[in-house]
Design a protein around this ligand. Structure first.
Ligand code: CA
Ligand code: CA
Length: 482
């Protein structure tokens, strides 16, 4: 009997333009090796897995697949087989499926299978797709660099130094987070509290992510290349809702229109991300926003807070500049000598006349040999937590935020009546107006942006911990966790 099923694949992967995939992940030689298996090679630089020294963690790449129905012209998310044994990968990597998507798997992690440090070069991967319908499809394999944040206790607040700093009840001490259990709000010992009433958090239910449990966090802020890939892989009306091109005046450089938006500086962090743009990217990539508490964990790790510290663990900061080197290239960096004992970040004076007037390349200060301070990295190796663009997070200050349960995106955005929005239960303000200054009640901004003055960049600064604007701010971006 003749097989009436057929699948024709037309690849327009990152073969010809590996720089379309942000940062330095390269996915190449994609092919369909049977009706349901995609094979490809992956490379990325500076991977690690370290189990015998701090920070006892590893990096990974979150891999997910989109397919375009050639008859309908519409993109959909591709679930993969939940059985890890159906996927293969060569040394030094292994496949990890975290089981957080219920009965399906929205993607998988590739990570080192044992301790080691170095580049991953052209390693072969095969992924078994799940429940693929009959039809003709184009496939697109996407990868996002992630960093494992291990389960651990940690502290929020920096001894009441920074604006709105969390503290342990009505003391001056940081608050220990030792489980994912509910946290009461108020002045009693063991409750979460702030000195100034304006910044006080509400009670946090058990389901609100506290930062104690293991997560994976994007190593970099969403890049301009990643954002453009996202918009181009939506439907027409979804793409229209999410098309944010920013301004070349403030270093966003995106031309064209959907579905051929072009990121001319794809390695730079994306600014001008509205709350709804950010949530839609999270949903589409099967990630989720981080919470305010998770932000401090990812910066600080399990150690004692330092008063006024930045993501690299000291209160000394050097502003990126004065010259941008290789401006706009994949090696964009700055000419600074970093002040001893401090780290580097792209920040400003509070005006728009900052040394660097807009975001820099994701990972602009990091090289293979750089230290945590020289790279401006957080405890676990996550980049630009301080400065470049503000990190969008879920607030602790409003019940719209405290109702967030940490559920992940499912890869699909709304279709009708309003197309192109995140549509996941418990995610706040998913259809907020991008023209309104007061449409968002579940959002916080953390870590400072390129034009904000230094104090806003502190790990525990909560000046914008309740940020209601739905607008596309010139210094606002974000990153996801899972
Ligand atoms: Ca940042
Ligand atoms: Ca969704």
């Amino acid at each position: 009997m003749k097989d009436t099923y057929f699948i024709i694949i037309v690849f327009f992967m990152s073969l010809s333009r590996p720089d379309l995939v942000a940062n330095n992940i390269q996915i190449s030689n994609v092919s369909l090796t049977n009706d349901s298996t995609l094979s490809f090679n992956i490379s990325w630089d500076n991977s690690w897995r370290i189990s015998n020294a701090a920070p006892y963690n590893h990096d990974a790449v979150w891999i997910f697949i989109k397919r375009k129905d050639c008859a309908l012209g519409q993109w959909s998310h591709v679930n993969i087989d939940t059985n890890v044994l159906t996927h293969t990968v060569g040394a030094p990597l292994e496949v990890y499926i975290d089981g957080k998507d219920g009965s399906v798997a929205k993607g998988l992690f590739l990570r080192r299978s044992s301790d080691g440090v170095g580049n991953v070069s052209n390693t072969a991967v095969s992924i078994r797709m799940s429940a693929l319908p009959v039809g003709e499809f184009d496939f697109r394999v996407l990868g996002i660099e992630m960093v494992q944040i291990p389960q651990d206790s940690f502290q929020v607040g920096d001894g009441n130094t920074s604006t709105g700093s969390f503290k342990d009840g009505n003391s001056s001490n940081p608050l220990w987070i030792t489980s994912e259990g509910a946290i009461s709000a108020g002045s009693a010992p063991g409750s979460i509290y702030t000195a100034v009433s304006t910044y006080r958090p509400v009670a946090l239910p058990a389901a609100y992510p506290k930062g104690y449990a293991e997560i994976y966090c994007m190593k970099y802020e969403i890049s301009q290349g990643q954002y453009v890939d996202f918009v181009n892989l939506l439907t027409s009306d979804q793409g229209a809702a999410r098309q944010s091109k920013g301004s070349t005046t403030y270093r966003t450089n995106i031309s064209g229109t959907w579905p051929v938006l072009i990121a001319n500086t794809p390695h730079r962090a994306m600014n001008y991300l509205a709350w709804t743009d950010f949530l839609a990217y999270m949903d589409w990539a099967a990630l989720r926003p981080m919470t305010e508490l998770e932000f401090e964990k990812i910066c600080r790790g399990p150690g004692a807070p330092v008063a006024g510290e930045y993501a690299w663990g000291s209160s000394i900061i050097t502003d990126a500049g004065p010259t941008v080197q290789n401006d706009g290239s994949p090696t964009e960096g700055v000419s600074n000598t970093i002040t001893a004992g401090g780290g580097i970040a792209n920040y400003g004076s509070g005006s728009l006349s900052s040394v660097v007037r807009g975001p820099l390349r994701c990972g602009f200060a990091a090289n293979a040999g750089t230290t945590r301070l020289e790279a401006g990295a957080g405890y676990y190796g996550v980049m630009e937590l301080t400065g470049n663009v503000y990190e969008r997070a879920i607030t602790t200050r409003h019940t719209a935020g405290s109702g967030f349960t940490g559920n992940l995106g499912d890869g699909e955005l709304s279709v009708a009546p309003s197309a192109g929005y995140a549509n996941q239960s418990s995610w706040p303000n998913q259809q907020a107006s991008i023209s309104s200054n007061s449409s968002v009640s579940g959002s916080a901004l953390r870590g400072g942006g390129w034009n904000a003055s230094a104090s806003y960049h502190r790990v525990s600064d909560r000046s914008y911990s309740y940020y209601q604007s739905g607008q596309r701010g010139l210094n606002i971006g974000g990153r996801g966790v899972r």
